[in-house]
Design a protein. Structure first.
Length: 231
């Protein structure tokens, strides 16, 4: 019985030695990718409001030669005001294709979010960052510099022709007295379509806006105080 046990242990040891000597196949190695090169269909963008739904620019880039299915490669296009090193960039992510297009409305929204003024040309930087789908092995492209000009978004209500706006009503400190006290009940004009003001409003009461102080002939107000959502 001892002999059989010793033989079994010896056989087990030989098996373990041979198993340990089995050669493991080399792990596959993949070549690193390359930095994409970015190009633009235009160098300046200054669309009109009527072009809002039209494509105004197409950005294209070269394939970074990753060792994967190209349809899964991730690209993040970055747009920012020049000189900020993309610290406040707007981004658009693309998976697979080697290009991205923007409508005038998309570009305009980005520019206005940067705080740009209407009808003023600004220097804008654009680049693309490529990577695998899990964000590994990122490569940043060259930086393109474009001129972009935001346009005025047509307001749903025509702005006052006087270029001024005043608040009146029993919700205000001056009540329905017209003319109203200025400057406490006068709006500040920020741009051609935007007016702003800070007022002490009395809750539960009403107000409207006048384009000409002291004149009831023209006013901005809701069509009916019974409309839902006003209270």
């Amino acid at each position: 019985m001892k002999y059989i046990s010793k033989f079994f242990l010896a056989a087990l040891g030989i098996t373990a030695i041979f198993s340990a000597c089995d050669k493991v196949a080399d792990l596959p190695s993949y070549q690193l990718g390359s930095t994409p090169v970015l190009t633009s269909s235009v160098t300046a963008i200054a669309p009109l409001p009527t072009d809002s739904n039209s494509t105004v620019v197409v950005f294209s880039w070269t394939f970074p030669k990753y060792a994967n299915d190209s349809a899964t490669t991730k690209y993040v296009l970055e747009i920012d005001s020049s000189g900020r090193n993309f610290s406040k960039e707007a981004t658009k992510t693309v998976i697979g294709p080697l290009n991205a297009s923007f409508t005038a409305k998309e570009i305009n929204n980005i520019l206005l979010a940067f705080g740009f003024n209407y009808n003023v040309a600004y220097d804008v930087d654009v680049r693309v960052t490529s990577s695998y789908g899990n964000n590994n092995e990122q490569y940043k492209s060259n930086v393109l510099k474009l001129k972009m000009t935001p346009y005025v978004i047509p307001p749903k209500v025509a702005p006052p022709t006087t270029g001024k706006l005043f608040l009146v009503g029993d919700a205000t400190q001056g009540g329905w007295n017209n003319p109203v006290p200025v400057p406490t009940q006068e709006f500040a004009k920020l741009d051609s379509v935007t007016y702003a003001g800070v007022f002490n409003i009395i809750g539960g009461n009403q107000y409207l806006m006048l384009p000409l102080n002291g004149d009831w002939g023209h006013k901005f107000s809701v069509a009916s105080t019974s409309l839902p959502g006003l209270s």
